[in-house]
Design a protein around this ligand. Structure first.
Ligand code: MFK
Length: 559
């Protein structure tokens, strides 16, 4: 009989995940660990079973915008896919947002929640996008202490009851762009005591949401982010019709195609100011901090899914007389991918830990400054890592990885959004500079890396820890020196400096975890990941080259 290749399969995505389980064993008190394990195991079972199978069945379906009802009424209804319908319910019932607000386990609740996110995300076709924004909206309303809006929306945003629960959008991007939000053209006017918005929102993800936080410029305000105000909007009127807005079309995107992303026209959309009538960009930053943390966790979980499938495939795929999983060159290549993923995992969850401590008031001022810097670093670094790992995952499958109905190409396409939305690598590198300019955060990061990096007791693990410390100091030294030279040099080197700091922290976290795993689990794999990560190099500092402008913009450069 002709040869047919077995497809890769997944087991329970909690039980099979050494990295997640080992991290939870170290970072949670045993009683918390025991308490949350059943829910994680349950979701891990669904993620590797029913949901994974449904994703395959639902693979070629995409959301659809129905603009009109049969009688000519404008309805702008979005029909979502089967996976999304299942995910909506499941996310609520399993508390994928709610767990963070129930705070059953104090500061550890964020770890509980993000462990759920990590298991949920790869099997639910980017339904994590509306959930991330929902979490961000709840956090932002609570931060600004707007009692009426908190009463109205937060119980729904954090509900476990699918019949009551809301999701939120985050409408920031306009035709003027997604990065320089201060250019927003949406105008806010007050009419008879009611604020209304007029404008175009150009890239609004998850247009299924019940509410949104968005920015508009109150009449008479000045330019830039300070002239904008943060508004709360409900997307549907009482009768279910669009609330002073139209969905013009859905975006035709490279990836995340299950996620309905729309162009909207706001024409008198009723809106409520969340906090004052200016400083909108600053006011929405609590939302950005949350969605950027989700992004980092999603990058780690995306890598983990790709590697789980590729690992299983390598055990099944026989070539040149043996399974791929026995081939030295394959193993050497794969170990490098695993190390990058493990570094990303620990970096993302360090941001999560700090966030949890901040929310329970357990963070010192130094810890708060650390969190401010670690959030953009984790987002930008994991976004690059996922884009290094995913093409290699596709390559493990060779030709099969290039064929749509294996489900593998989608992994790569969907990953490409992660270094883009919520701030590109460069925008976040500049945000890291902004955080450091506020003072104290770089010093807090260096102390953290020093404490973690010195955990390695001997040999290559100790050397890896020393490299984390010295690379982070080199980055700090470069930044101090560049600041004296010029703002242009600092800006040009920002990505190198941010990646060096982020990778140094990732390595230091790997070293600390590797040592712990040797001592408590008698397992050398986490330490091997640290050593391998160190071999990849953490120092990404690059002195800006005076020739770069001519080279990049193809201008004359006298020889
Ligand atoms: C699975 C994952 C799911 C993720 C879901 C994603 C859903 C997709 C939805 C979207 O993609 S929404 C679009 C996301 N857009 C962005 O992330 C915007 C990217 N651009 C930036 O982040 C820019 O840096 C920024 C818009 C903030 C620059 O604007 P400005 O007006 O030039 O900012 P400026 O003047 O530097 O800062 C204004 C104030 O905010 C300052 O405070 P002060 O007024 O007190 O001086 C800043 O310190 C403060 N600020 C800025 N960024 C901050 C911040 N504060 C805390 N954290 C930050 N990150």
């Amino acid at each position: 009989m002709a040869f047919i290749q077995d497809a890769p399969t997944l087991g329970n995505q909690f039980h099979d995940d050494r990295v997640l389980r080992s991290y939870l064993a170290r970072s949670l008190p045993p009683d918390v660990s025991r308490a949350i394990e059943p829910e994680l195991a349950d979701l891990g079972g669904l993620a590797g079973g029913e949901l994974f199978d449904l994703q395959q069945v639902d693979r070629s379906n995409e959301p659809r915008l129905v603009q009109w009802d049969p009688w000519g009424r404008r309805i702008d209804r979005i029909e979502v896919t089967a996976v999304w319908k299942r995910a909506q319910r499941l996310a609520c019932e399993r508390g994928v947002v709610a767990a963070a607000y129930e705070k059953k386990y104090g500061a550890y609740s964020r770890i509980q929640q993000m462990a759920l996110v990590y298991l949920f995300d790869p099997s639910t076709d980017t339904y994590s996008c509306p959930l991330a924004m929902t979490d961000g909206a709840a956090k932002t309303l609570l931060t600004h202490k707007n009692a009426a809006l908190i009463d109205r929306a937060v119980p729904r945003l954090t509900s476990r009851d699918p019949s009551r629960a809301w999701t939120s959008g985050q409408w920031m991007t306009e035709r003027t762009g997604g990065s320089d939000v201060g250019l927003s053209e949406t105008v806010a006017k007050q009419e008879g005591g009611q604020w209304r918005l007029w404008g175009t929102k150009w890239f609004t993800s998850a247009i299924t949401s019940d509410m949104a936080l968005t920015l508009g410029r109150p009449d008479g305000n000045g330019k830039g982010g300070r002239g904008l105000a943060l508004f709360y909007v409900e997307t549907r009127a009482q009768d279910g019709t669009p609330n002073g807005l139209t969905v013009d079309r859905l975006k035709e995107k490279l990836g995340t195609r299950k996620l309905p992303t729309a162009e909207l026209t706001l024409s008198g959309t009723p809106a409520i100011p969340v906090v004052g009538l200016a400083h909108g960009v600053k006011s929405i930053t609590p939302m950005l901090a949350i969605t950027r943390t989700w992004n980092a966790v999603a990058a780690a979980s995306g890598m983990r899914r790709g590697l789980a499938l590729a690992r299983d495939f390598a055990r099944r795929r026989v070539a040149f007389g043996a399974p791929l999983s026995k081939k030295p060159l394959h193993l050497e290549t794969f170990a490098g991918l695993e190390a990058e993923y493990e570094g990303a995992f620990h970096l993302a969850f360090r941001a999560v830990e700090l966030l949890g401590q901040e929310e329970t008031g357990e963070l010192s001022p130094e810890g708060a400054r650390l969190l401010r810097l670690v959030t953009p670093l984790a987002k930008l670094c994991t976004g690059r890592q996922v884009m290094a790992v995913m093409p290699e995952v596709v390559e493990v499958f060779a030709g099969a990885g290039y064929v749509e109905d294996t489900g593998v190409p989608r992994l790569l396409r969907d990953a490409q959004v992660l270094p883009i939305w919520e701030g590109t690598t460069n925008v976040l590198s500049l945000d890291a500079l902004r955080a450091m300019a506020e003072g104290g955060s770089l010093e807090a990061l260096l102390s953290e890396i020093e404490a973690l990096g010195s955990a390695g007791r001997s040999g290559a693990l100790a050397a890896a820890g020393r490299e984390a410390v010295s690379a982070s100091r080199r980055a700090a030294g470069w930044l101090a020196e560049a600041r004296h030279r010029s703002p242009e040099i600092t800006e040009a080197g920002a990505r190198g400096a941010a990646l060096t700091l982020a990778r140094s922290l990732a390595l230091a976290l790997l070293v600390r975890h590797g040592q712990w795993s040797i001592e408590h689990e008698r397992d050398g794999r986490a330490a091997a990941a640290a050593v391998r990560f160190a071999h990849h190099g953490v120092d990404r500092l690059a002195e800006p080259d005076p020739a770069s402008a001519a080279l990049a913009d193809d201008q004359p450069l006298p020889a």
